[in-house]
Design a protein around this ligand. Structure first.
Ligand SMILES: NC(=O)c1ccc[n+]([C@@H]2O[C@H](COP(=O)([O-])OP(=O)(O)OC[C@H]3O[C@@H](n4cnc5c(N)ncnc54)[C@H](OP(=O)(O)O)[C@@H]3O)[C@@H](O)[C@H]2O)c1
Length: 265
């Protein structure tokens, strides 16, 4: 079991749909939060909503895909809280498109944001966590990281990579006190999803959760020290089926893929 109270936490993606709810629920647990986003305006708006003493939060305006941004995060956490106990990699981007229509720049941006930056952030926090004999890395994945979804190829591939990274790093750190978790929500009602995704989701009857409920489930998983957690049923079952019988899932998703194709840009 992990006790959240008084943990010093780096939360990337803090201004997003899931991040805002995580921030609200973490301050309610008396955590000290380093809130990361590229927009100071959005961070200040979020800070205004958080019911906590201002000394418990630190606003970090940083782009996680740049070395300077990642250094900014470390420097701010050291200045505000003399270090950190947990890193929650929540920041992410997604495109709903055919691979042919996605620009090379966007493919690279999806990988930089969803995979490479989280890996580089882990690399940055690990020496301190190992030295203090305590630490927890939490990577926010997706059902799409276990089931390859048509029209979300770059995003799906990036989340598969994040899941693989989490597993490999967990094994690399097995003899240390640093924990690694991979927590994968199903679709969530946030602005990560464009209006086209919402229209498609409605027609194919895709389950979509509210972000406050998802944040609650993520925190429960952290508290219970889940190594890998797939949120939502039957999606968590489909993850297992796809791993064993992908041909079955190929067949089952064909009609859904055709419907979804109508909505891609
Ligand atoms: N929504 C879903 O359906 C869903 C389902 C499963 C998993 N997830 C995963 O859950 C996580 C959060 O998703 P969400 O729905 O909350 O997304 P969101 O509402 O679009 O928020 C994305 C967050 O990432 C931040 N971000 C993006 N690029 C960044 C960069 N280069 N540097 C720093 N921050 C950056 C954004 O901050 P700024 O733009 O302010 O910089 C924002 O805070 C993602 O990893 C996503 O893949 C989402």
């Amino acid at each position: 079991m992990t006790k959240l109270s008084e943990q010093r936490i780096i939360l990337t993606g803090a201004t997003g749909g899931i991040g805002i709810e995580l921030a609200k629920q973490l301050v309610a647990q008396d955590c000290k939060l380093g809130l990361v986003s590229r927009s100071l305006e959005k961070l200040e708006q979020l800070a205004g909503q958080l019911k906590t003493d201002k000394k418990n939060i630190c606003l970090i305006c940083a782009d996680i895909t740049s070395a300077e941004g990642r250094q900014e995060i470390i420097d701010n956490m050291e200045k505000a809280f003399h270090g950190y106990d947990m890193l929650i990699n929540t920041a992410g981007i997604m495109d709903f498109t055919s691979l042919i229509d996605q620009s090379d720049e966007r493919i690279e941006a999806v990988f930089q944001t969803n995979v490479i930056a989280p890996m580089q952030l882990c690399k940055k926090v690990l020496p301190y966590m190992l030295a203090q004999n305590k630490g927890h890395i939490v990577n926010i994945g997706s059902t799409f990281g276990s089931i390859g979804f048509a029209w979300f190829t770059s995003y799906s591939t990036s989340k598969f990579a994040l899941r693989g990274f989490s597993q490999a790093l967990r094994r690399e750190l097995a003899e240390t006190p640093v924990k690694v978790s991979y927590i994968a929500p199903r679709a969530v009602k946030t602005s990560l999803n464009s209006s086209a995704v919402y229209k498609m989701a409605k027609e194919v009857k895709m389950n979509m959760d509210n972000p406050d409920f998802v944040a609650k489930q993520i925190l429960q998983s952290i508290i219970k020290d889940h190594k890998e957690k797939y949120l939502g049923f039957p999606e968590s079952l489909f993850v297992r089926i796809n791993a064993i019988l992908p041909g079955l899932v190929d067949m089952a998703t064909r009609s859904q893929n055709k419907i979804a194709q109508k909505y891609i840009r």
